[in-house]
Design a protein around this ligand. Structure first.
Ligand SMILES: [Fe+2]
Length: 345
């Protein structure tokens, strides 16, 4: 950390704070005589009110740098606080879209304690407007953190269900980056690597949270997937998950995990070849299989994964317990006309 910094603000959520996951980092800060204030009120889908509250605490405490600690919500909240500090006269709602900040943020460090987000590498922060519940992305190169810390030890305390949902969010990042129309050779390679790592390690971390090697592999996977979708973007799974998160406060990882196989089926033959390639790379199908068979086996593995983790295809938050399949077919038609969705994590 820069020598002139003597006080930092740590932005995290209540669960991460209560589980004591911050302790090791705080000990290091104490050791280096860096004082800190902790904002632990970040919620699953961080709101504009959260950001304002944290920003005011930052200013009243005379902090000099931001540490987003935990999952994507904490990192997005830290990024948005940084944006408001850089642009104090510009409300968050005016930053929606692309390149609306254009000013350097305070030093921003992201410590990944949940293997999913990729937010530690991206230029995006996703925020929910507190009044309207509109969920939107702010995208600016100044939001890319100065430092990203990938340390598996903080993730050891994560409960299995959160581990599963956040891991499936990272899987969604990788798959959507791969099947989209804006891929590059590099992002395809990152997406494949991330997907294989997740299939190989997500059950291990679910069954044994203390498996340090598997935890480390999941962090690497989230990082590769984050790189992939930063360039190649995400797709319809996120396009549906984001408004569900904004409107019903459904946790982002759970929303994506619930939707992933359902939405992939709805893509139909347009993604058979790409899903076949992913299945082949991960050892889920054989080279002799047709594209259709490879794609179906790939999706089937995701469905089995969901069942194993106890993730259903129903959003209980929705009235009348509307099945996701129905929801998707209703939403899919208008979405077909949207050629390009620019969303963050
Ligand atoms: Fe995501």
């Amino acid at each position: 950390m820069d020598n002139h910094i003597s006080k930092v603000m740590v932005i995290t959520d209540f669960t991460v704070h209560q589980l004591g996951i911050l302790n090791r980092m705080c000990e290091h800060l104490d050791h280096h005589s860096i004082s800190y204030v902790i904002y632990d009120k970040t919620v699953a889908n961080p709101t504009s009110d959260d950001v304002e509250e944290a920003k005011n605490l930052y200013l009243s405490s005379n902090c000099q740098a931001l540490i987003g600690f935990g999952g994507g919500s904490s990192m997005d909240c830290a990024k948005a606080v940084g944006a408001r500090l850089a642009r104090p006269k510009k409300p968050l709602s005016k930053m929606e879209g692309i390149l609306k900040i254009w000013k350097k943020l305070p030093l921003l460090i992201c410590v990944l304690a949940i293997a999913r987000t990729g937010s530690e590498t991206t230029l995006a922060a996703v925020i929910v407007d507190s009044k309207t519940r509109h969920k939107y992305a702010i995208n600016d190169f100044n939001l890319i953190p100065d430092y990203a810390v990938l340390d598996p030890k903080p993730t050891l305390s994560l409960p299995p269900f959160i581990t599963a949902c956040t891991g499936m969010d990272a899987l969604t990042h990788a798959i959507e980056a791969y099947i989209g129309n804006l891929t590059t050779k590099k992002t395809r390679a990152y997406a494949l690597k991330a997907t294989k790592l997740i299939f190989e390690n997500i059950y291990k971390v679910y069954e044994d949270g203390n498996d340090l090697e598997a935890r480390s592999n999941m962090l690497d996977a989230a990082y590769y997937a984050g790189h992939a979708f930063t360039v190649s973007y995400v797709g319809y799974v996120h396009a549906i998950a984001h408004p569900l998160g904004g409107k019903y406060n459904i946790a982002h990882g759970l929303a994506n995990a619930t939707l992933l196989d359902v939405v992939l089926k709805q893509y139909g033959e347009s993604v058979y070849k790409k899903l076949y390639e992913m299945a082949l790379y991960c050892g889920i199908c054989n080279a002799n299989d047709s594209y259709k068979v490879g794609a179906e086996r790939f999706i089937e593995q995701i469905t089995l994964m969901k069942k194993y983790f106890g993730i259903s295809s129903i959003f209980s938050e929705l009235k009348n317990r509307i099945y996701t399949n129905w929801l998707f077919t209703q939403i899919m038609k208008p979405i077909h006309y949207i050629q390009f969705q620019f969303y963050g994590v």
